[in-house]
Design a protein around this ligand. Sequence first.
Ligand code: UDP
Length: 329
Amino acid sequence: MVRFLLGLVFLFCYLQGEKRALVTGGAGFLGSHLCEKLLDSGIEVICVDNLSSGKKENIEHLLKNPRFFFLEHDIVQPLDSGLELDFIFNLACLASPPVYQKDPLQTFRTSIWGAYNLLELAKKTGAKILQASTSEVYGEPLIHPQNESYWGNVNPIGIRSCYDEGKRAAESLFFNYHRLFKIPVKVARIFNTYGPRLDPLDGRVVSNFFSQAMQNLPLTIYGDGFQTRSFCYVEDTIEGLVQLMFTDNTITGPINIGNPEEITILELAKKIKEVSHSVSQVLLLPLPYDDPSKRKPDISKAKTLLNWSPRYALDEGLKKTYLYLKTKQ
Ligand code: UDP
């Protein structure tokens, strides 16, 4: 019945000549912003999510839109919407280290079987397909900043490997499908992203620090806090993904999508404390195993091929995130 109604709605839109995208992980943090952006660009969206970390409330405002349809589905299982598709964005996967490590087998299955099932769907429909890969493929990097030709330094048996190696294997699948079946693929290596709709309880550093700062609780710094990350505001990341998808078929990536503004975790704590007007102290806790010591994207390729670079400085993005979180208190 659901598929029948979906078919009717989309038949109507198809007759209007509109493009159609399938977004997996569409009810998640990144996915929900992507769905919005695509709808705003006049593209119909089928949002697929198993709601393991994605939330209905992230897409509640889109459900009324007749060009948006939600399908609860786990991409570990084969997927066939029975519809013509122009674009597939594969964003489905748990992404927070403490969360993905809780169910490493599911993380691995989602990364690999999910990629396989969606590539099969792309093969069947002729849709362009984009993989949300990750800076985690660089592991503990031996070059800095990281460019796309660097093969990475990943511990294949460590606690992060379900995610790192899962995403690396997915990249391999994407390029093999491209070579074997000439499928137009796009691989984006996404660096740490933050902004509105980041789950305050997901255990990642920006979520934790804001939650703690806004309650004046100690900010939990893992290790000495001198490890670095480079944080990109969500709007910029989404813009990069869409630009990549809209390139011609000769551009496959991988392409780094991230903000090269590198910062230590200690400095980040200070900034979040300030922006939240908080009196929190800091609490030093042990560094998780295999936690990368540094991370910064080289975005020359994105600049040249996509004419893309982030617009939001960290200070501005943190302010916007704070204002959003305040409305949720
Ligand atoms: N981190 C921290 N305190 C926290 C959560 C994370 O110091 O409460 C550190 C973590 O050890 C890592 C960095 O912040 O060095 C980024 O962690 P996150 O889990 O956000 O993402 P990652 O880049 O490691 O995937």
